[in-house]
Design a protein around this ligand. Structure first.
Ligand code: HEM
Ligand code: HEM
Length: 135
């Protein structure tokens, strides 16, 4: 059972990684567009990559929550409550709710997006603490 719990932890990391890739892929597009356009074939391919990560961003986010639910169910029943894990998971849940708010409630200003970016960093720190501390 412990192996599955660990594997599910890695699955969360995998999907979290795919959600934040959206930021880096768009950053490269924004800051290196002229260089990318020097290679038309690659640029065309790169735009498809951008579209892929923007389109599936929310699904990667939802997948993290599903994997967290499974990881939590196994870890909680076999090892009990884990404080750093719960902190990381709570930040992730908040992040998904904020993403849903930003996407479907059409807020007038972009403050939510900045908060969304900052929480992404807080999640990364929380995950490092969780994996590093073991409790
Ligand atoms: C964002 C949320 C989370 C992520 C990304 C995550 C990720 C991971 C990973 C990758 C491991 C394996 C570490 C290793 O053995 O090298 C792990 C272990 C563990 N996780 Fe989580 N986890 C999260 C949330 C939670 C929650 C909510 C709980 C609550 C019970 C939890 C409990 C545990 C426990 C008990 C271990 C075993 C620790 C150990 O072997 O010392 N995790 N987690
Ligand atoms: C693990 C969960 C999530 C993480 C770590 C995350 C992270 C991020 C980050 C770093 C950005 C900034 C990208 C940029 O600067 O353009 C972003 C943008 C965005 N996120 Fe999330 N997000 C998550 C879940 C969600 C969910 C579930 C939704 C919607 C249902 C969502 C909706 C959005 C929207 C609409 C944007 C604006 C830009 C775009 O469409 O790419 N996010 N997210």
């Amino acid at each position: 059972m412990e192996g599955i719990g660990k594997l599910l932890g890695l699955v969360i990391l995998f999907f979290y990684g795919l959600t934040v890739l959206n930021f880096f892929i768009k950053y490269i597009l924004k800051h290196f567009r002229p260089q990318l356009m020097e290679h038309p074939k690659f640029f065309k391919f790169y735009m498809k990559v951008v579209k892929f990560f923007v389109t599936y961003h929310k699904w990667f986010g939802f997948a993290t929550i599903v994997a967290i639910g499974a990881h939590f169910a196994i870890q909680f029943t076999t090892r009990g409550l884990n404080i750093s894990g719960v902190i990381a998971a709570s930040a992730m849940l908040l992040q998904v709710l904020l993403g849903v708010y930003g996407k479907y409630f059409h807020p007038k200003n972009k403050i939510w997006l900045w908060v969304h970016r900052i929480i992404a960093i807080i999640i990364a720190v929380a995950i490092l603490v969780h994996i590093g501390s073991g409790d």
